[in-house]
Design a protein around this ligand. Structure first.
Ligand code: NAI
Ligand code: MG
Length: 354
């Protein structure tokens, strides 16, 4: 069958990693023969914004909604304020397409080492479930635009029972399907006494429906310490939009590099396309040098194939990727000397042999 993929490379290294990922996907298509990918490359970038005043064309939504999945690179440019690039591109996609779960698998790939001494792949194997539609990224608040010593800005987090409950159920379902059946919930309900307290309450309510899942609760500050000092005590983690964002960058760094981490923005109802992207940004510090790690985007593409129902293709891509990292063909961020094209060529060669 044919899958319609909307691809948004975006800015900086987003463009570089998507270019390589499309090469890998084309190889998968040839190898399998059982599916084709109709990839629509969209130029929704900061350059487009600077030229036309918009990231997403106003009439683009019906076609986007009709696609089967979205493959995203990264957005962010030194020439556009980051709150504009985020709020005009990535956040509308997540919000309008009801992608209320951001799923981030974190593990130490073969041949990649953790900055934590003696931390091995059996110590660090997590699944982070980040709430992706509300919370601290609700966009509510304002500023008294007087720009004086009295200026006040508010940033109001919005938490709804509906939003929390569906996230909890999703997280419990994930935890139940993993071997350790363990879910850790993160909040800051000692200092933030409304929304975070509601999170705690709903967590324990939903937990009653999942007696086979072991649960525990952490405050986010203590959670950072536990992730570093006792990684082996964690498995599935559920957190708010902001906490999940921060903890998953830490998690990715503990697993070797932010460049190897993948994420899925899911609409679990499947009424809208889900979106797959590496967790990193556009990395202007290394953009244009061809040295970005493409592994996080390859992994995201594997998760996209899995979501589309192409399990076999997803597993094969993961296997090829892991064989390549194990062999030492790696970019600099994970201690190698290769550029991104060399890593891509190695993954393609591996795919052709498997
Ligand atoms: P970043 O993730 O772009 O970079 C952080 C550090 O990690 C940099 O030193 C970078 O060189 C390195 N890095 C990131 N990805 C890498 C890769 N694949 N291979 C090797 N090294 C890699 O985060 P930063 O610097 O805070 O943000 C840069 C821009 O990206 C900003 O405009 C920000 O708003 C945007 N951003 C966009 C995201 C998205 O599109 N979903 C997510 C995070 C940031
Ligand atoms: Mg982030």
């Amino acid at each position: 069958r044919t899958y319609r993929i909307a691809s948004i490379p975006g800015d900086g290294i987003g463009v570089e990693v998507i270019e390589q990922t499309v090469k890998v996907l084309r190889t998968m298509e040839d190898l399998f023969g059982s599916f084709t990918l109709d990839i629509d490359m969209l130029d929704w970038s900061s350059d487009r914004y600077l030229e036309k005043g918009e990231y997403i064309p106003a009439d683009a939504w019906p076609k986007l909604r009709a696609s089967d999945a979205i493959l995203f690179g990264a957005v962010g440019s030194p020439d556009v304020p980051d709150d504009i690039s985020l709020w005009d591109l990535i956040l509308p996609l997540r919000k309008k397409l009801n992608q209320y779960i951001n799923l981030r698998p974190i593990r130490i790939l073969p041949g990649v080492s953790s900055p934590l001494r003696s931390c091995t792949s059996s110590d660090l194997d997590w699944m982070i479930v980040r709430e992706n539609s509300e919370g601290e990224y609700a966009g509510q608040g304002g500023t008294t635009h007087d720009d004086t010593a009295q200026t006040i800005a508010t940033e109001v987090a919005i938490f709804t029972r509906l939003g929390i409950e569906r996230t909890m159920r999703f997280a419990f379902d994930i935890a139940r399907d993993r071997p350790r059946k363990k879910l850790t919930m993160v909040t800051k309900s000692n200092a933030q006494r409304h929304g975070m307290v509601l999170w705690d309450k709903i967590f324990y309510e939903v937990a009653k429906e999942y007696p086979d899942v072991e649960t525990d609760k952490m405050l986010v500050d203590a959670m950072t310490v536990r992730m570093v000092l006792k990684p082996q005590t964690l498995d599935t983690i559920v957190a708010t939009n902001l906490h999940g964002d921060i903890l998953s960058d830490l998690a990715a760094a503990l697993a070797g590099s932010i460049g190897v981490a993948a994420s899925s923005n899911l609409d679990p109802t499947r009424q809208n396309p889900s979106m797959f992207e590496p967790i990193h940004g556009s990395a202007p510090d290394i953009a244009g040098q061809g040295i970005a790690n493409p592994i996080g985007t390859f992994w995201s593409a594997a998760e996209m194939l899995r979501w589309l129902g192409e399990e076999g293709a997803a597993d094969l891509l993961m296997k090829a990727m892991e064989t390549v990292t194990a062999s030492g063909t790696k970019t600099r961020d994970v201690g190698g000397t290769c550029n991104l094209a060399q890593v891509t060529e190695a993954v393609i060669a591996e795919l052709e042999q498997l």
